[in-house]
Design a protein around this ligand. Structure first.
Ligand SMILES: *Cc1c(COP(=O)(O)O)cnc(C)c1O
Length: 375
């Protein structure tokens, strides 16, 4: 078997021990004589795994008793609509901070959902410059730059912009905005569980699993009980976030295999020493990579401002698109895949999620040095 060094942005690399465990348990889960996918979601074997996944999430992230942990389907994209549907009351406005393409998508869906349900949206802050093909995002806002209205339904941020490589809260100079009593809502799809965050600061955190904690098909939502209680009740039950909350995310059939894989990934993460150990490992990985970029300033160029540089998705340019194409091709020949930037922005993107091994970054950095010297 020849496994590649997978730098895909999502679905992305999964830890080998979590995959091997799935292989070993595949035909006979928990001594039941069937796979986890063939189990009833109401059976005790599956339920134990479901509960363990929730317990591991609570423990690793330090989720306080004021917040619920939910599993939802539909991808983070569905939450773009479902969050405003639940949290914007008639006559209210939800506010958005834009630091990249995913925030723009979240805003567009919120605009449609609130128009339908009697609310509105407003851009509280955008760090974008230029228009159309020239549009670019290279930073998160500075402390105090975001002005939120005291009566906003919530303030939405994209914690890490997966395409633009812009991340909040990597350095103290780019903290999550202060919102006073307005709930802070964060799309953490691509930077969930790489480091500790103070959950009590957030009204709601959501994350599609396929970037950092499992396969596609599941979204993890961490939400305050107060927000759940205040959420709209005039929606179909299936769209109300209180429905999974009141049913331990077992209202209807959940994506059982995805949740099982999250359990495996989180058990691996705990075994490595939890989020403190993971943060140290990820910061070292990012330092190696940005170091390789900055060591060849005439050849590689990272457009993102230093204070906002993502630890999860590192983007950079080479002198020409032809060079970038060659770079991707030669890396692939060395077993390093998934390095092509998103089609909307081009360039190179290295996604260095939790499961990406530090040794892969060391190897990539050596390759980058050689490639730059060759020209
Ligand atoms: C990938 C991604 C999404 C979309 O996730 P889906 O599960 O495909 O809907 C949303 N937000 C961010 C930040 C992402 O990286």
């Amino acid at each position: 078997m020849n496994r590649v060094k997978n730098f895909n942005a999502g679905p992305a690399a999964l830890p080998l021990p979590a995959l091997e465990r799935a292989r070993d348990e595949f035909l006979d889960f928990a001594g039941s004589g069937m796979s986890v996918m063939e189990h009833s979601h109401r059976g005790k074997e599956y339920e134990a795994c479901h509960d363990e996944a929730i317990a591991l999430l609570r423990e690793l992230l330090g989720v306080p008793a004021t917040h619920e942990v939910l599993f939802v389907q539909g991808g983070a994209s569905q939450l773009f609509a479902q969050i405003p549907m639940n949290l914007v009351q008639r006559g209210q406005t939800a506010e958005y901070v834009l630091t990249g393409a995913w925030g723009e998508k979240a805003l567009a869906e919120a605009r449609a959902a609130t128009a339908m349900l009697g609310g509105a949206v407003r851009v509280a802050c955008s760090t974008g410059t230029g228009d159309g093909k020239e549009k670019s995002y290279v930073r998160a806002p500075a402390a105090g730059e975001v002005k939120v209205s005291p009566d906003a339904a919530y303030l939405h941020v994209t914690s890490n912009e997966t395409i633009h490589g812009v991340e909040f809260d990597v350095t103290p100079a780019r903290p999550y905005p202060a919102t006073g009593s307005v709930p802070l809502v964060a799309d953490m799809s691509s930077d969930f569980l790489w480091k500790k965050v103070d959950v009590s600061r957030f009204g709601l955190i959501y994350a599609g699993a396929q970037k950092n904690i499992g396969p596609s098909g599941v979204v993890v939502v961490v939400v305050s009980k107060a927000l759940l209680e205040a959420g709209r009740k005039d929606l179909p039950k299936i769209f109300q976030l209180r429905t999974p909350a009141e049913n331990k995310s077992l209202y209807n059939t959940p994506p059982t295999f995805g949740i099982y894989m999250i359990r495996n990934v989180l058990a691996w993460l705990k075994g490595l020493g939890g989020l403190e150990a993971m943060e140290a490992r990820n910061r070292r990985k990012a330092a190696v990579l940005y170091g390789a970029i900055d060591a060849n300033p005439g050849y590689y160029r990272c457009p993102v401002e230093r204070e906002s540089r993502s630890v999860m998705n590192v983007v950079f340019r080479l002198p020409s698109e032809a060079d970038e194409e060659r770079f991707v091709k030669e890396a692939r020949a060395r077993g390093m895949v998934g390095l092509k930037g998103h089609r909307s922005v081009g360039g190179i993107r290295v996604s260095a999620y939790n499961a990406v091994e530090p040794a892969w970054l060391d190897e990539l950095a050596v390759f980058m040095g050689e490639f730059a010297r060759k020209g």
